[in-house]
Design a protein around this ligand. Structure first.
Ligand SMILES: NC(=O)c1ccc[n+]([C@@H]2O[C@H](COP(=O)([O-])OP(=O)(O)OC[C@H]3O[C@@H](n4cnc5c(N)ncnc54)[C@H](O)[C@@H]3O)[C@@H](O)[C@H]2O)c1
Length: 381
């Protein structure tokens, strides 16, 4: 598959390297686009077609697929162009700045066999893959509670100060929920589905000089009465990553390095009804899963896209499922604004009206021209 990469910043260059290093079977880097054009010079030297304008790459006829790794506010306009031109699409996460924009991207898909995938690379994280298998096999029984403390996304001030679009309403439609946590919110809904009610308290610019949220505490309710809690922060260090999923037949706990499944010998609710022991509990057994090796998650998603295009695999992360994480993030932000709970599904048009108001009031960031040192391997959790 001939890939074009649009946006050669932090993550666009990771995708280019994965393809050029031969880590994506059947893939070739045919073209790149970045503004200004002289930032593509290193690719030009390697004989790769370079463009300063995304539309020129899309119309060039050189690519069968594009990876869009642009600032989030450009995902919708450029993604729609690429889909309308009939190209396969791999969109960086999040799909868009809010649900209505995401819906417009999906409406631009032209054909049934046209791929629209999302770089929700954590769906290939071995711990989350194992959890998904266990849940699908029924190991947990009926969901009772999910709790995710995801506060090890620490970002220092320079991360924001050196970028005009990050952590602005206009640039990405939010902060930690729209930039770092889309992965976690996506995995959460992938594992246990969407809640029906959200109550959240976001703190805007609590730890950084930003207008959007950098700390979140949320409470969820699911259709079956199960409850959920989600905490996120870019201001804590070292922070933690602890996911607990509790069901009637078992509990799963992970810190992202290993996963523990605790099985109960019988349904907890049945035991509760039938036991005559006042302080009795069902017997439990534990199984620990430790990944044997690290997975190159970004390359794994691209490999899946190539296979899906030739009908050999199902998409791991279809773009349409990116609407759920946009919806959940939006619901948490909206709940804070109205100081009340939000019932899902979120009315995407109503949310767009409110966020457009925030965008209109948004103050452009004063850019401090400090050259930030970038080591992308430190960015993933
Ligand atoms: N999946 C992941 O692990 C992951 C990691 C980092 C970022 N992301 C996502 O990827 C996207 C990009 O993030 P980043 O950190 O690489 O951003 P970045 O700012 O480092 O890179 C964006 C690039 O786009 C270029 N650009 C801007 N406007 C353009 C235009 N109109 N035409 C052509 N080029 C243009 C900029 O010059 C820059 O090189 C964001 O949506 C972000 O959320 C995903």
């Amino acid at each position: 598959m001939k890939f074009g990469i649009i946006g050669l910043g932090n993550i666009g260059r990771v995708h280019a390297k994965n393809i050029q290093d031969g880590l994506v079977e059947g893939a070739e880097l045919a073209a790149v686009a970045n503004q200004p054009i002289d930032t593509t010079d290193d690719f030009k030297k390697q004989g790769i077609a370079c463009f300063g304008d995304a539309s020129e790459l899309i119309e060039s006829g050189l690519c069968e697929a594009v990876i869009i790794a642009l600032p989030t506010h450009l995902h919708a306009p450029i993604g729609i162009q690429a889909l309308e031109a009939g190209l396969h699409l791999v969109m960086e996460k999040p799909l868009a700045c809010h649900k209505a924009e995401g819906e417009r991207i999906l409406a631009a898909v032209q054909r049934e066999d046209q791929i629209a995938s999302l770089m929700m690379n954590q769906r290939t994280h071995p711990c989350y893959v194992r959890i998904k298998q266990w849940i699908d096999e029924g190991e947990l029984g009926e969901l009772q509670r999910i709790s995710w403390t995801m506060t090890n996304w620490f970002r220092p001030e320079i991360y924001y100060a050196s970028s005009p679009w990050r952590a602005t309403w206009k640039g990405e439609g939010g902060g930690v929920l729209m930039n770092q946590c889309p992965h976690n919110i996506d995995v959460l809904q992938w594992l246990v589905g969407m809640p029906v009610k959200v109550r959240a308290q976001c703190s805007f610019g609590k730890y950084h000089d930003i207008e959007v949220e950098d700390e979140v505490n949320a409470y969820f309710e699911f259709a079956n009465g199960a409850t959920g809690q989600f905490s996120a922060s870019t201001g804590e260090c070292p922070g933690s990553n602890r996911l607990e999923i509790v069901g009637d037949r078992g509990t799963i706990i992970t810190d992202g390095n290993e996963v523990k499944l605790i099985r109960t010998s019988e349904s907890v609710s049945t035991f509760s009804k039938n036991t005559d022991e006042m302080f009795g509990t069902p017997e439990t057994t534990e199984e620990i899963f430790q990944p044997l090796e690290e997975v190159n998650q970004h390359a794994a998603i691209l490999n899946n896209v190539v296979k899906a295009a030739s009908g050999e695999a199902k998409l791991i992360a279809p773009a349409v499922e990116g609407l759920n994480s946009l919806e959940l993030a939006g619901a948490m932000i909206y709940s804070t604004w109205i100081n009340d709970e939000v019932c899902l599904p979120l009315d995407s048009a109503a949310y767009e009206q409110v966020i457009n108001q925030k965008i209109a009031e948004s103050q452009p960031r004063k850019i401090i021209k400090t050259a930030a040192k970038v080591d992308m391997s430190k960015s993933y959790r």
